[in-house]
Design a protein around this ligand. Sequence first.
Ligand code: MN
Ligand code: MN
Length: 473
Amino acid sequence: MAKKEKEKKTEASELKEKLFMKRRSTGLAMSEADIAKADKFCEGYKSFLDTAKTEREACAEAVRQAEAAGFVPFDKNAQYKPGDKVYRVNRGKAIILAVIGKKPVEQGVNIAAAHIDSPRLDLKQNPLYENEGLAYFKTHYYGGIKKYQWPVTPLALHGVIFKADGERVDVKIGEDDSDPVFVITDILPHLADEQYKRPVAKLVTGEELNILIGSRPFRDDKASEAVKLGIMCILNEKYGITESDFVSAELECVPAYKAKDVGFDRSLVGAYGQDDRVCAYTALEAILSVKSAPDRTAVTVLTDKEEIGSEGCTGLKSAYMRYFLADLAEMYGTDERTLLSGSKCLSADVNAGFDPTFSEPFEKMNASFMGRGVVVTKYTGARGKSGTSDASAEFVSEVRQMLDKDDVIWQTGELGKVDFGGGGTVAMYVANLNIDTIDVGVPVLSMHAPFELTAKNDVYMAYRAFRTFFKHS
Ligand code: MN
Ligand code: MN
């Protein structure tokens, strides 16, 4: 069989084989044993997605897993030896994990940086109202969403409330099978003639994303706002809060369903919040899998606020990662700028997978495809590479060799056609610290929708890529 095929090869086909760029399908290139490993890896991934739907929950789950793997809270006055494992949490919403390497940190560290916030609907600070016998929460959406995708999908409420005396109350409702869920309504098609005339971006407006939370009045005929009162009584009984306490709360509405296998062949994962928990989970598991001291200190950063521009103290425009690295530098008698300048970063974030049904915004030669491995994205941005760090050819070359050497299946990717939109990641904020940075992540279908899709083999290849990076000197 093999011989016969060989005889058939023409000179041209041999040259093509040798000279043309190939995109490998993970489904064909991976061994059956490796595909089984990918499937198994994604069982852990799906439970992470169910446990960690918000940045706070993802951070807490990372701490739990890190401690189980022997990581301890970083103490800047301690002395660590190669192989020691440390972590530092920033305000419960971001975490840095590190495994101390054998080489002096003045030569730099290897950082994988992913984000654990996802697009969602946040409650406003004064959210509760009643209208015609129905009670609602008003929301302000967080991150880039297609607003029409959020009505008529079951929603859960996650977050924290600080009462007048400062006491913290944790909220997670809508996830247990016995929990109620919440929902935004939409107008029936019979009466949607006027709605259909709206431009699509305004099909459902921000101020129409009101979440229905109840309909039974407090049983007193004389009171106005009796439904609102009924809800407030339940909230007071359950959480001990009054209406004013919403002011000091962070409550996030997220889809109430769990991660599922998608397809007869179960080759895809469907879930909320895979941008960017797919890279957060793979970068987390990669650093947890570091068993002996790596050459260079390995660092995983799981950050917050990427979806709204990385602003604020828990986003990567904040100095918190730099401060951690500065503490590490001081500990080893070097300075921050030397450590930073020698460091390398994989900005671990997703890319848009080519969608055959909506192919128009993609440029096929440079798009990333589902099931063809982890995506290496040299630049993102919009309108002439604005708002991107554009990794150097030297660094792309280094990363390419690193992945090939360890047989990690990868592909190149660009976010859509030129001038068709665009986006960014944390890459530029890390690169601005004089750290060589490139985006490496998983292709996603329906990105930023309440139910996003990834291919299991790609998820596994992302894990392999980050694991390889932590071994890379
Ligand atoms: Mn992202
Ligand atoms: Mn995003």
